[in-house]
Design a protein around this ligand. Structure first.
Ligand code: CUA
Length: 308
């Protein structure tokens, strides 16, 4: 209830001239902004020309992996490197905590770059040109991308995505001709042997050496390399060198116990990473990966080969 009763009929009093003028001005401004909002899609140069498809993180990860197996020409710091053909479809994936692959693109050529996330939301921020996109799992964004200047560009993640967020830096290298590859040390890239397109037994590793090589390849493709190092460093997860046969203290359901790292233990850790957590790494949750039994076997052979 109001303390003061309003004067009878106040609502029907005519609006003053000034007030009417401001109402007209603000209405015109609203209309102008509305029209400009639509025009901006046509004339604003910062609108991404993207098409979006629905997908699932699993499905996209599978596609991206197949794409990498077929096209990777080497590895840079554990991240696959791809030099796609102009006008082709390129698959890029954001995952905890890397952008894969590194792309080598040609200046003034057009590419259809697909981007999606394998786990949670990441922010794709291309620097220093400052192009930004939000990358959600379950959506495949296709950017019609034409680099207009050459050089090295970084992809920074600008969406906080966990403990390794600050390490999530990707790379796009734009070259004018193949001669530029030398500048980036990409002229000596070596594709892993097992999955080489012209290899006689491409994709079906049989011997111990092939299994190891395949395991090494998976270590990069599946992104294990992001957290598990092979030089003994343990920033986010146990290092893989010297791991096989080692005694580890693990926590399962709040109880601490000791395990010997053997085939079964590795298999279980890959399929159910949260079941037994190595002491000291409780804060970093390992994502559940889509790996087949054969692939786990290959990874085990690779881990076995890594000595302290
Ligand atoms: Cu991905 Cu922050």
């Amino acid at each position: 209830m109001s303390l003061l009763t309003p004067v009878q009929g106040w609502y029907h009093k005519p609006v003053a001239k000034d007030e009417r003028m401001w109402m007209v001005i603000s209405l015109l401004l609203c209309i102008m902004l509305f029209v400009w909002m639509i025009m901006w899609h046509v004339y604003g140069k910062q609108n991404p020309s993207n098409v979006t498809y629905r997908t699932s993180p699993k499905e996209y990860a599978k596609m991206a992996e197949a794409y990498l197996k077929k096209n990777m020409m080497g590895v840079d710091n554990g991240v696959p490197v791809v030099k796609p053909e102009p006008n082709s479809d390129v698959l890029v994936m954001g995952e905890m905590w890397r952008w894969s692959p590194v792309l080598i693109l040609k200046k003034d050529e057009q590419y259809n770059i697909h981007i999606s996330s394998k786990d949670l939301m990441h922010g794709f921020s291309l620097q220093p040109v400052n192009m930004n996109f939000q990358i959600y799992p379950g959506y495949d964004y296709v950017l019609h991308f034409k680099p207009t200047s050459s050089g090295e560009f970084k992809i920074i993640c600008n969406e906080f995505c966990g403990i390794g967020h600050h390490t999530m830096i990707g790379k796009i290298v734009v070259i004018e001709s193949d001669a530029d590859l030398v500048k980036y040390g990409y002229d000596k890239l070596k594709a892993p042997t097992v999955f080489k397109k012209d290899s006689a037994n491409a994709g079906v590793p049989k011997t111990e050496a092939e299994m190891m090589s395949a395991g090494e390849q998976l270590y990069t493709l599946k992104g294990c390399v992001t957290c598990h190092k092979t030089d003994g460093t343990t920033l986010l997860a146990p290092a893989w060198n010297g791991l096989f046969g080692k005694k580890e203290t693990v926590i399962a359901d709040g109880n601490t116990s000791d395990v010997i790292v053997n085939e079964e233990y590795i298999k279980e850790s890959v399929l159910e990473p949260q079941k037994k957590i190595t002491k000291g790494f409780e804060k970093v949750l390992m994502p559940v990966l889509t790996v087949s039994n054969e692939e786990i076997d290959q990874l085990i052979v690779y881990i076995k080969s890594l000595k302290k």
